[in-house]
Each structure stands twice: as C-alpha cells, then as structure tokens.
Design a protein around this ligand. Structure first.
Ligand code: SF4
Length: 184
C-alpha cells in the first residue's frame, strides 16, 4: 500500500495532521499506564479498548515490535471555550468514529495493520468486558495511551502539533504497519 493513498484517505476523513514514526522511536512510558490506572478518564477496566484488557506495557511494546512504522494521525476540533465539556465529548466520539472508518478503509485495502486511537470504546450500549469477548474484535481500536505511549512525544516525532491553540482539542490515532504495506 502506498503512503500517499493512506494520507489521502486521512485527508478525506478530515484529519488535520499525519506523519510516520519508526517503531523503534515510539515513545513508550510506563508512567502513562500509571495515569490510566488512576482512571481519571473513567475508562480503565471498562472495555476491551483500554487497559488492563490487553496486558502490560511490555506486552503492548512487543506487539508493536511486529510492525515497522506507525502512521500517526490527528484531528484538531474547535471548542466554544475552554469549559466546553460537551464539545469535547462530541469531538472524542467523532474522532473514534473516524478512526473506525479508517480501519474499515484499511481492511478493504487488505492492510493488516494494528489501529490505535483515543481512549475508550462506546460502540455498544453495554460492553461485554470482561465476561465475554468483544463483539467486534476486528474493528477494535485500542487506546494509544493505554498502550503506554506518550502522545505529546509521539506528535513531536510525527511532526504534528500536539496543541491546536486556545479553545481547541486534538485527538490522535496511529496505524501500525509493516514495511511492505507502508512502502512508497
Ligand atoms: S466494540 Fe463493544 S464489546 Fe467491543 S470493546 Fe467496544 S463496547 Fe466493548
């Protein structure tokens, strides 16, 4: 798969930034998982998309090591003001839906990548976690932070602005690819 095709699809989906990072340069940090465990976002242990469902940071790192590059993508959303919680939640859901659409596009192109995105999964009214497997395992978008990645450093490595300025929120995702699928 050509990088240009993937970038075109991300542009079509309205992403405001995209860039590649080599897997050995991915900024893993066990501290990030520590923030997940504090559960300030309320998603820890709630779905198959967030920890502890997919194992330790070392296990996530090993999973990423099966790939060569991450195509990092992001979308910056305007907010009414810095207290616009509703706007922030709408943006979060919109980004999650766009990430799933990108996953569907990749599947149609027979790209066997691993897709990561923003936290949580609200696809089903009630998640099956932890009693039975995910209803949509092939479409599951795991959390970037849950994998133990520092998103600020990831953005920097990909050449994407981490902050879009006052009264905005930016969400990030990443598609892990093998070299043969990311070739130019
Ligand atoms: S797709 Fe449904 S079952 Fe799977 S993690 Fe999301 S909410 Fe849970």
């Amino acid at each position: 798969m050509q990088k240009a095709l993937l970038n075109n699809e991300l542009t079509r989906l309205g992403m405001t930034g995209a860039g590649f990072v080599a897997v050995p340069q991915l900024p893993f940090s066990p501290e990030v998982r520590g923030y997940c465990e504090q559960n300030k976002c309320g998603q820890y242990g709630k779905t198959w998309a967030c920890p502890p469902a997919f194992g330790s940071v070392d296990a996530c790192k090993a999973r990423c090591a099966a790939y060569d590059q991450m195509l990092v993508f992001a979308k910056c959303y305007p907010l009414a003001d810095s207290f616009d919680f509703e706007g922030m939640m709408d943006a979060k859901e919109d980004f999650a839906a766009l990430a799933r659409q990108f996953g569907t596009y990749c599947a149609r192109q027979s790209i066997a990548g691993l897709l990561l995105g923003n936290e949580g999964c609200s696809r089903c009214a009630k998640c099956t976690y932890p009693d039975s497997p995910c209803r949509f395992p092939n479409d599951l978008v795991y959390s970037l932070e849950g994998f133990g990645l520092r998103v600020d450093l990831l953005a920097q490595a990909a050449g994407i602005a981490y902050h879009g300025g006052p009264n905005t929120v930016t969400f990030f995702g990443g598609l892990l690819l093998r070299e043969k699928e990311a070739r130019i």
